[in-house]
Design a protein. Structure first.
Length: 232
């Protein structure tokens, strides 16, 4: 878009300059035609002098001068017409180029606008991590239904946790929990177990130890919680 905007501005500048140059060239050609017409008029007046007052040789010279003036006038008019046609064609070419560049700018602006996705609600932008714990970066390839961004509200916080398989029997839904944040070690949070997963899975691709995932309902009263904070 920036490249096309620069190209459109350059094309418009060339078009404006060509129009100005064409006007100056047209005026110059009109002056040349006017001068040739004046020379022809002067030669015609001299040729029209009574033959008995002008010697035959001088009369012939005046006639030749008149013919030359006529040829010069015709050539000036023809050249002026050629210059006018050439300028019209060049202006038309530059106008088409400038018009195309403006249309491309408008199309690209519409395309860029369509690439901007408005959030359906207010909240905080969060970039979720994948199974390897990595966040999507600009330029990464994504696939359909992949979560690349989330819009979260901070009024109700939920904790995504995990416990070792051997401790599953000690955890139950609605059980109260006490949490401590890694970033705020002196702050104590309270909440309850909201749900416990029904299946056991490996901790990660590189760590085969068995864990069970659970969800916690957290009371964020008085604590500046933010998405992505780690807790124990």
């Amino acid at each position: 878009l920036e490249n096309m905007q620069n190209e459109a501005a350059a094309a418009q500048t060339k078009l404006d300059k060509k129009r100005d140059d064409a006007q100056l060239a047209q005026r110059d050609e009109e002056l040349k035609v006017a001068q040739a017409d004046a020379d022809l008029h002067k030669a015609t007046l001299e040729t029209d002098a009574p033959p008995d007052l002008v010697a035959s040789i001088s009369q012939r010279e005046l006639q030749l001068a008149q013919q030359i003036a006529q040829v010069t006038l015709d050539a000036a008019r023809q050249h002026a017409e050629q210059v006018r046609r050439s300028d019209i064609q060049e202006i038309q070419r530059l106008a088409e180029k400038a018009s195309y560049a403006r249309q491309r700018v408008a199309q690209l602006q519409q395309t860029v606008a369509r690439m901007k996705l408005a959030a359906p609600r207010t909240g905080t932008i969060v970039y979720p991590v994948d199974e390897e714990g990595n966040k999507h970066k600009i330029g990464d390839s994504v696939w359909r239904n992949a979560d690349v961004v989330q819009i979260v509200a901070l009024g109700h916080m939920r904790g995504n946790g995990q416990i070792d398989e051997v401790d599953v029997a000690r955890v139950a839904e609605h059980q109260p929990v006490v949490l401590r944040l890694d970033a705020l070690s002196d702050v104590e949070l309270h909440g309850t177990v909201q749900s416990v997963a029904r299946s056991v899975q490996a901790k990660s691709r590189t760590d085969p130890s068995k864990i069970v995932k659970l969800t916690l309902a957290i009371d964020p009263t008085g604590v500046p919680l933010r998405p992505g904070m780690r807790f124990r």
